[in-house]
Design a protein around this ligand. Sequence first.
Ligand SMILES: Cc1cc2nc3c(=O)[nH]c(=O)nc-3n(C[C@H](O)[C@H](O)[C@H](O)COP(=O)(O)O)c2cc1C
Length: 393
Amino acid sequence: MDKISPRNFVSSELLYKQLFHPILSRDDGIDAEQLTDIALKSLKNISLYRRWPGISYLLTQLSKELQCQDKKLEQTIFGCNFRNPIGLAAGFDKNGIAASIWNNFGFGFAEIGTVTWYPQIGNPKPRLFRLSQEKAALNRMGFNNDGAMTMRKVLEKQNIELPGSRETIIGINLGKSKITPLDQAEEDYALSLEMLSIYADYIVINVSSPNTPGLRKLQDSKKLRRLIQKLRKSKNCPPLLVKIAPDLEDKEIDEVAEVVFEEGLAGIIAVNTSLNRLGLENRLISNTGKLLGEEKGGLSGRPLCNRALQIIKRLRLKVGNELPLIGVGGIDSPQSSWERIAAGASLIQIYTGWIFEGPALVPKILKGLIQQLDLHGFNNISEAIGSEAPWIQ
Ligand SMILES: Cc1cc2nc3c(=O)[nH]c(=O)nc-3n(C[C@H](O)[C@H](O)[C@H](O)COP(=O)(O)O)c2cc1C
């Protein structure tokens, strides 16, 4: 096939800005969930037919534009070789439909899910709202997903290679089905784990989503310990991580850290969306006519940045450099990424910032990180983790 010349190849950044800026810069207009669904439908087909010449060519072009390869960004954490420290956070690809192509978007890893054992439709719509001015979002999706069994079929259909023999690192984020009572949660998580572990580089125990009644109670030390112990008994259990909420008190954060550490888990992901309105209680949600303080759901994006950073600092104090931390929440620039890593995160994830800024955010962050490594005289990103090295302008 002929090479596309720069003149007829429209950069994804330009395309994204032209197509989506008018939509993303206002709260109303096209519904946020509808927009996500349109994107996911295209990604599903691209992923299924990724080996077809035309599609494979497009993906190669995408990789050229969005991937940023550099030895300095590579590290091995809980036995996985990460090409770079930026991952797609859970919740965007809930059913794993694009699992085999996230590396083409420049990500060093992607977390699919949250998936539950039983398929479920989630909460009534509308349930996802843009807060454009604040570069934030409110969601109360409620784990809408097709269930663990379907996710397995979706991954099989993509002919995705198994961990270790593929380029992409894939984490699978597990939640509790809504219909399963809290005291039977362990079995519910375990069934999903057994169904999907073969495809997972790592598994996340999600006990922090605010939109499943009672779920966050599983962060209580005793319940969490029991859940971990149950999941560890699964055959060929991949590295296990726990994802925590930003609304925990310091004491509770310490307790979770203790349990995770004592149980020898692979790490902690901090943080999920917040029930706290973070100073935006009186912000009007134009789609519903209510104030943010009156709406149910979890807040994500820029307003979450400081709280998420504080929690990484707290966890680092508690567990030192012995437990890998994945920082997520409000990251939307090279500087916020660097600060999270310097505070102790080995890896970071993005979601809301990626939607607002577009796919070009990934290489922008990676280039920014390389620049900071050079300015500080670090040879590898691992030297920056928890170094408290400041962002240099
Ligand atoms: C629409 C939406 C859906 C989400 N769904 C999930 C989910 O299913 N499981 C989960 O662990 N986190 C979920 N999250 C939380 C993100 O993974 C992330 O922890 C949070 O949004 C903070 O990162 P951000 O500020 O970069 O968005 C969701 C976030 C959004 C905005």
